[in-house]
Write a protein that binds this ligand. Structure first.
Ligand SMILES: [Zn+2]
Length: 168
């Protein structure tokens, strides 16, 4: 297992939709192990493959950051199939260092995704889990959580984020 460097805002790999995962072989298993290790080391509750520079629609989530068994999720080729309600909370991102913003997300989502073996699964998330699922799926679509902001607020947040990333 290897802790991989996390790429930050400004890197083009974060701003384009990721390629679908088609091969669930040993290379993908090694990548998932590295992503898990990198997420726990950061520490973070979620990590998308493009955050370590890998152009694949793959993300890992663990709200307990490795503290509780059974909380680790792999989502490959995920898509949101249902969303309801609304929540507004402070959000941050390992690829957008030094910045956090309050963003509005659905309160509950249902996500269809493949697991680490390629088996089709359905995951339901509420509260922080819904937020994490939306955040990571956003990455895989080439978006940042800052894209959930609107107008001037979004421009200011991006300016602040680019400045903070340069100072890292
Ligand atoms: Zn993020």
């Amino acid at each position: 297992m290897t802790i991989r460097p996390i790429v930050t805002i400004g890197d083009p790999v974060l701003s384009a939709p990721c390629k679908p995962v088609t091969d669930f072989g040993p290379e993908l298993q090694a990548l998932i192990r590295d992503m898990k290790e990198t997420m726990y080391a950061a520490p973070g509750v979620g990590l998308a493959a493009n955050q370590i520079g890998v152009d694949l629609a793959l993300a890992v989530i663990d709200l307990s950051v490795g503290e509780e068994p059974g909380r680790f999720f792999v989502i490959a080729n995920p898509r949101i199939t249902a969303a309801e309600g609304e929540q507004s909370e402070e959000e941050a991102c390992l690829s957008v260092p030094g910045v956090s913003e309050e963003v509005t997300r659905p309160l509950r989502v249902r996500v269809a995704a493949q697991d680490e073996r390629g088996v089709e699964r359905e995951i339901e998330g509420e509260g922080l889990m819904a937020r994490a699922l939306c955040h990571e799926i956003g990455h895989l679509n080439g978006r940042f959580y800052l894209d959930e902001l609107k107008g001037l607020k979004k421009n200011l947040a991006y300016r602040k984020a680019r400045k903070a990333a340069k100072e890292e």
